[in-house]
Design a protein around this ligand. Structure first.
Ligand code: SF4
Length: 93
């Protein structure tokens, strides 16, 4: 896990500020939870800080919920590919 500053100014511009948090942290991975996750991702698509949110999620090691338009499985895949690049000595910046 990488150090990340506690103060995250970008959050004030988040498109999900007034949305139901349960959309972004659905319980389960099928049925209603899958629909909630897809709805959350659609909100992310119109979010002006999607890139910052995804970067924050990856750097702070978030493992649950939708962040930056990515679900839990996609976040894990991105973390895995970033780790592989680091192990191979390829810059991730
Ligand atoms: S990208 Fe999605 S989860 Fe992240 S701040 Fe924007 S709306 Fe919220």
């Amino acid at each position: 896990m990488t150090w990340v500053p506690l103060r995250q100014d970008w959050i004030r511009r988040a498109a999900c500020t007034d949305e139901d948090p349960e959309l972004f942290f659905p319980v389960g991975t099928t049925g209603p939870a899958e629909r909630e996750q897809e709805e959350a991702k659609r909100i992310c698509e119109r979010c002006p800080v999607m890139r910052q949110c995804l970067t924050y999620a990856l750097r702070s090691g978030q493992t649950s919920g939708v962040w930056g338009g990515k679900g839990e499985r996609e976040l894990a895949e991105l973390r895995g590919s970033a780790s592989a690049r680091r192990r191979a000595g390829v810059s991730t910046r």
